[in-house]
Design a protein around this ligand. Structure first.
Ligand SMILES: Cc1cc2nc3c(=O)[nH]c(=O)nc-3n(C[C@H](O)[C@H](O)[C@H](O)COP(=O)(O)OP(=O)(O)OC[C@H]3O[C@@H](n4cnc5c(N)ncnc54)[C@H](O)[C@@H]3O)c2cc1C
Length: 275
């Protein structure tokens, strides 16, 4: 196996153009599992972990936006200034794997794999994140809603690397909740991110459909539901659950997933008002 180690995005995209069959790798926490199970047999690998530009995040205070490089690791999202700017991402990052996984795993890799169970993805959906991609032919920006196409399918074109995402700085409550078969080191069987943005609630669901799902009908209902009380919070949870499209699989049943995503949505809404 040939492993290429570019130091800049320009070098990485040039290598990707010259080696169209090469596999991209950043932390390797998904990729190496596939190699170990013989699901991938790469001959050429482009490792992005030493591309400094991909490991940076930056704040555009005037625009109220944060750019997070694709190779920023979960350990850097879960605390510090970035955690204060995008609290839901910090909460999601804290639920990922173990400290070892969080030291290596990245948002770029979560987007590259594009599993409906990826913990970063409901946050990107709830915040209407924009995914930035680069290739030897130039750059493009794709709304997250258009980027995720299906289970482990995304809009990345051959020769493109994901260079990062842009998300808005929090201007209200943000929260993330995940249900799994254990409390730690667990892939979610249902998850949700709720964000209050300019006074309006947005909510995105993970692990309950072929893609991450924005529960837009429930969002719309809540915007006219009046003052929040227990009944409104429970009704919101039921309406969110109705928009889930879960399946039975080795991790859970569709019925339990639908129930669980309704419960965590109600709780997130209650948390958003401090009740
Ligand atoms: C023990 C264990 C526990 C885990 N727990 C969780 C969990 O709780 N929640 C969760 O969401 N995930 C979990 N994962 C999965 C994994 O850690 C995450 O999906 C992580 O975000 C992957 O990032 P990475 O940098 O390691 O990706 P890699 O493994 O390097 O790459 C993953 C995929 O993305 C592509 N890719 C990587 N970087 C780029 C880029 N910049 N541009 C384009 N394509 C790219 C690769 O080609 C590959 O297809 C776990 C994995 C393990 C092994």
């Amino acid at each position: 196996m040939t492993v290429m180690t570019p130091r800049t995005i320009a070098d990485a995209t040039a290598m990707a153009a010259a080696h169209p069959d090469a596999h991209l790798l950043t932390g390797g926490t998904d990729f190496m599992v596939e190699v170990n199970f013989n699901h991938r047999k790469p001959t050429d690998v482009i490792s992005l972990s030493r591309v400094d530009e991909l490991r940076q995040w930056s704040l555009d205070r005037a625009a109220g936006k944060v750019f997070i490089g694709a190779a920023v690791v979960y350990a850097d999202m879960e605390k510090g200034e970035l955690a204060g700017l995008v609290p839901a991402l910090a909460e999601a990052a804290r639920t990922v794997g173990s400290p070892q996984i969080r030291s290596a795993g990245t948002l770029g890799g979560n987007l590259g794999t594009c599993s409906p169970a990826g913990d970063g993805l409901p946050v990107l959906a709830a915040l209407d994140a924009v995914v930035h991609l680069s290739s030897a032919d130039g750059d493009r920006a794709v709304p997250f809603a258009d980027f995720m196409k299906g289970p482990k399918r995304n809009d990345r074109r051959p020769g493109e690397i994901i260079n990062g995402v842009t998300v808005p700085v929090a201007d209200g409550f943000q929260g993330y909740a995940k249900v799994g078969v254990r409390n730690a080191m667990v892939i979610s069987i249902a998850s949700a991110c709720l964000a209050v943005r300019s006074g309006r609630v947005s909510i995105a669901l993970g692990s309950v459909g072929p893609t991450v799902i924005r529960a837009t009908v429930a969002e719309e209902w809540l915007s006219t539901a009046g003052p929040l009380d227990d009944q409104v919070a429970r009704e919101f949870g039921s309406r969110v659950a109705a928009e889930a499209r879960p399946i039975d699989d080795h991790r859970s049943t569709a019925a339990y997933r639908r129930h669980a995503v309704g419960v965590i949505s109600t709780r997130l809404l209650e948390r958003s008002t401090g009740t």
